[in-house]
Design a protein around this ligand. Structure first.
Ligand code: AMP
Ligand code: MG
Length: 317
C-alpha cells in the first residue's frame, strides 16, 4: 500500500534507489523515475501497463540542467522556454545518448518540460538526474489530478505519492515540436495556442491518427471512463438514451432531467472547467450510470484541450 505525504526527502530517497514515485504537477499527477536509468524507467511502463511505443516526458528544473541531456535548444524553443517555463508546455528537442531509448521509444527527440509546482521543483533540484514522468494512471484511463486519484488506482504498486494538492491546470501539457522547421503543436493542452503564437508567430496543429508513431500516445481512445460516454447536444442525447440511467457532464448549464449532473463551470470559465474535467469524469465513472452524456465547450483557449480530451474519452478503442 502506498503512502501519501509531502516529504521531499522520502520521495528523493526512493527515486535514488531506482524506484518510482508519484509527483504533483500543475497539469496532472506524474509517475516519476530516474530518466537516466532504463531499469527505473521500465518500472513506469510496467506499473501503468503502458505500451513501450508511447514515449515519456522528461522533467527538469532549469535550462542549464536541460543542456546535460539535449543536444541543442533552437532559437524558437528557447523563446518558448523563457516565456512559459516553468509551465504546461512540453518541447521536443534532439536528445543526447545519455537518455535511454526506452524513454523516447527509440525516437531521436526527447520531450522535455519544467513543471510549475513548488514541491516538484524542489524535488527536481535536489536530485542529480531528471525525472521521466507520464501521467500516474493505468494506460488509457482518466488522468489523475489529486494524490487520492493516484492512490485509488495505483496505490498497490507505488511506495510513495508526493501530495501537492489538486492540480491547478488539470489537463496535460501542450506539446510543441518542429516538423521540417515549422513549429507544430502535437498535443493541445494546458498552454493555449494563442499564447504560443504571441511569442513565436503562427504554428501548425497536427491532427494525429491513432497509429502514427511520430506522435505516439495520441491514441484515438484515451482518458476514457469505463462507462460509455457520448458527446453532442445533451437535450437530444437525453431523449435518445431515455430508459437508461443517465449521467450528464455539462459545461455551464444544468440538466435536471438527467439522473446525475456534473456542471464543469457554472460561470462558463474554461480554465475552471479544465481544472475540474478529469475529477468530474472520475466521479461520474464511479456512479451506477449506464451512459455519460457530454457536450463540447467553446473551442477557444483551454477549450481546445478540453474538447480533445472529451473526444478521446468518447472514442471506441
Ligand atoms: P503523458 O506523459 O502520459 O502525458 O504522455 C506523453 C506524450 O508525449 C506521449 O504520449 C506522446 O504523445 C508525447 N511524446 C513524448 N515523447 C515524445 C517524443 N519523443 N516524440 C513525440 N511525442 C512524444
Ligand atoms: Mg497520460
Amino acid at each position: 500500500m502506498s503512502h501519501i505525504g509531502s516529504e521531499i526527502l522520502q520521495a528523493k530517497s526512493i527515486l535514488e534507489a531506482g524506484k518510482a514515485v508519484a509527483i504533483p504537477t500543475e497539469t496532472v499527477y506524474g509517475l516519476a523515475a530516474n530518466a537516466m536509468d532504463a531499469d527505473a524507467v521500465a518500472q513506469i511502463f510496467a506499473i501503468k501497463k503502458r505500451p513501450t511505443f508511447d514515449p515519456l516526458i522528461v522533467h527538469t528544473y532549469s535550462l542549464e540542467a536541460l543542456k546535460s541531456f539535449v543536444l541543442e535548444i533552437p532559437e524558437a524553443a528557447s523563446l518558448l522556454a523563457n516565456a512559459f517555463w516553468p509551465g504546461p508546455l512540453t518541447l521536443l528537442l534532439p536528445k543526447k545518448p545519455i537518455i535511454p531509448d526506452l524513454v523516447t521509444s527509440g525516437l531521436e527527440r526527447v520531450a522535455v518540460r519544467i513543471p510549475n509546482h513548488p514541491l516538484t521543483l524542489r524535488l527536481l533540484q535536489s536530485l542529480d538526474f531528471p525525472l521521466a514522468a507520464p501521467s500516474a494512471n493505468p494506460f488509457g484511463y482518466i488522468s489523475p489530478t489529486t494524490a487520492q486519484h493516484v492512490a485509488d488506482q495505483l496505490g498497490e504498486d507505488i511506495e510513495y505519492i508526493l501530495d501537492g494538492g489538486a492540480a491547478s491546470i488539470g489537463v496535460e501539457s501542450t506539446i510543441v515540436g518542429w516538423e521540417n522547421g515549422i513549429a507544430t503543436v502535437l498535443r493541445v493542452g494546458g498552454l493555449s495556442i494563442d499564447a504560443i503564437e504571441k511569442v513565436i508567430g503562427p504554428v501548425q496543429v497536427q491532427s494525429v491518427s491513432s497509429s502514427n508513431p511520430a506522435a505516439p500516445g495520441m491514441l484515438k481512445s484515451h482518458y476514457a471512463p469505463r462507462i460509455p460516454m457520448r458527446a453532442g447536444n445533451i437535450t437530444e442525447l437525453i431523449k435518445e438514451f431515455s430508459g437508461k440511467k443517465i449521467a450528464v457532464l455539462s459545461f455551464q448549464q444544468a440538466y435536471p432531467t438527467a439522473d446525475i449532473n456534473y456542471i464543469l463551470s457554472e460561470s462558463g470559465n474554461l480554465n475552471q472547467a479544465a481544472q475540474r474535467l478529469f475529477a468530474a469524469m472520475r466521479e461520474l465513472d464511479n456512479t451506477d450510470a449506464e451512459i455519460i452524456l457530454t457536450e463540447f465547450v467553446p473551442a477557444i483557449g483551454l477549450g481546445l484541450a478540453i474538447n480533445d480530451r472529451l473526444k478521446r474519452a468518447c472514442a471506441e478503442e
